[in-house]
Ligand binder design. Structure first.
Ligand code: ADP
Ligand code: MG
Length: 344
C-alpha cells in the first residue's frame, strides 16, 4: 500500500554535543515491521532506546489484536457479534470509542465508525471491490448511527445488525500509546511512521525540527511540500491510498460520506492534520475529508487546537494560518492561507 507521508531524516548530527533533544550517551534504535495492515517504522534516540522500541512494538501488536475487526478475540469483533448485548472491553477500546463519539458530534456526523457494513459492501474490508446498488446502500445505511453506540463504564453496546470499525482512528491512538512508552523510557528524540501516520517526539538529535513530507495526491510518488514539526502528530487522509476503478471508469476510495454511503467527494483529495494527539489528528483527517472543503475550514475555525493542510480536487492548497510558516512548498500550486477570523 502506498503511504501518505514520507519522513525525511536528513543530516542527523552525531557530534557529541549536548543539545535540546540529544545527549552524548544516546543510542539510536530503529525497527521496521508490518502491523495493522500497513508498514511501520519506529526510530528512537536515548540511553534506553533499544528497550523502548521493543516495548513499543509489543504494544502495537497488542492494540492490533484489540482493535481488529476480523480477530474473534478482539474487543471490536466481540462488540460487533453481541447481537445488541453489552460487552465488557479494555480501557483502550473505551478511550478510542470516546474519541470517535466526540468526532462524530464535532464533524456534524461526517465521521461515523458504524459505516462498517457499507464499507464491507464496497469491498474495502477485503479488497474484493464492487459497486453496491443504491437500494443495498440505502438498506445498510439504516443501521449506521454512531449516536446509538453506548459506552458506559467498561461496557459497550451497539444495536443488533450494526457493526463498527476503528480504521479511521486506531493508528493515531496507537501512536499516542507508543509516545507514552518512549517518554517512560526517557527518550528525548523519536520519529514514528505508522503507515503514513507520522508522530514526532521532541526534535532531531541535532536540535533542529523534524521534517515531514506531504504526498502529492495527484502524483503519490512525489511531495507537494514539507512541514517542520517538534512534538507533533502529522496525519494524512487521502483518496489515493486505497481505491479501485469501477467498470464505469470512475475512481472509488475508502473514505465514505455517511450521507450517501458512497466515497466522500466533497471537494477534497487530501487532508493533513497537525496537532498534539495522534488519535485526535487521525480521526480529524478522516472527518475533515468526509466533511469537505468549506465545512472543514469552519471546523478548524471552531476548534483552535490543530492545524491543517488541505488539497482540493481542483489542485488548490488551503492551509491554516498556524502552519504556514512551517511549510515549505516543493510544487507550485495555488495556495490560500485560511485565517482564524473570517475576512469579509
Ligand atoms: P488510513 O487509515 O487508510 O490512512 P484514514 O485514517 O482516513 O486512512 O481511515 C480510513 C478508514 O476509516 C477506512 O478504511 C474505514 O475503515 C474508515 N472510514 C471510512 N469512512 C469513514 C467515515 N466517514 N468515518 C469514520 N471512519 C471511516
Ligand atoms: Mg484517520
Amino acid at each position: 500500500m502506498r503511504k501518505a507521508i514520507s519522513v525525511i531524516m536528513s543530516g542527523i548530527c552525531m557530534m557529541p554535543l549536548l543539545t535540546a533533544c540529544g545527549n552524548p550517551a544516546d543510542t539510536v534504535k530503529s525497527a521496521d515491521f508490518f502491523a495493522m495492515d500497513t508498514y511501520m517504522n519506529l526510530k528512537a534516540y536515548g540511553r534506553d532506546a533499544e528497550a523502548a522500541v521493543a516495548e513499543a512494538e509489543a504494544r502495537i501488536y497488542e492494540l492490533e489484536q484489540t482493535f481488529s475487526v476480523t480477530d474473534e478475540a478482539s474487543d471490536i469483533w466481540q462488540i460487533n457479534h453481541a447481537a445488541g448485548e453489552a460487552v465488557s472491553v479494555s480501557a483502550d477500546t473505551i478511550s478510542v470509542l470516546q474519541t470517535a463519539r466526540q468526532m462524530h458530534t464535532e464533524s456534524g456526523g461526517a465521521f461515523c465508525i458504524s459505516l462498517y457494513p457499507v464499507l464491507r459492501a464496497w469491498g474495502f474490508t477485503t479488497g474484493e471491490y464492487r459497486i453496491p446498488t443504491d437500494s443495498e446502500i440505502a438498506n445498510l445505511l439504516q443501521n449506521c448511527d454512531d449516536t446509538k453506540i453506548s459506552v458506559q463504564g467498561g461496557g459497550v453496546r451497539i444495536p443488533e445488525h450494526s457493526a463498527i470499525d476503528l480504521g479511521a482512528v486506531a493508528k493515531g491512538y496507537t501512536g499516542d500509546a507508543v509516545m507514552e512508552i518512549l517518554r517512560e523510557h526517557h527518550i528525548s528524540s523519536a520519529m514514528i511512521n505508522l503507515g503514513g501516520n507520522v508522530q514526532a517526539l521532541g526534535c532531531k538529535p541535532d536540535g533542529s525540527a523534524w521534517t515531514v513530507g506531504i504526498t502529492d495526491p495527484f502524483a503519490p510518488d512525489s511531495m507537494i511540500g514539507t512541514v517542520r514539526v517538534t512534538d507533533k502528530a502529522v496525519i494524512t487522509s487521502g483518496n489515493y491510498e486505497r481505491y479501485f476503478t469501477g467498470d464505469d471508469g470512475q475512481k472509488y476510495w475508502h473514505i465514505l460520506d455517511p450521507e450517501t454511503g458512497c466515497p466522500a467527494d466533497n471537494g477534497l483529495v487530501s487532508v493533513t492534520v497537525i496537532g498534539d494527539s495522534g488519535a485526535q489528528c487521525d480521526a480529524l483527517s478522516t472527518a475533515l475529508f468526509a466533511e469537505g472543503t468549506e465545512p472543514a475550514v469552519q471546523h478548524w475555525r471552531r476548534s483552535g487546537d490543530f492545524e491543517m493542510i488541505l488539497v482540493t480536487s481542483d489542485g488548490d492548497l488551503l492551509m491554516s494560518e498556524g502552519i504556514a510558516a512551517d511549510y515549505t512548498a516543493k510544487k507550485d500550486m495555488p495556495c490560500r492561507v485560511v485565517q482564524r477570523d473570517e475576512k469579509p
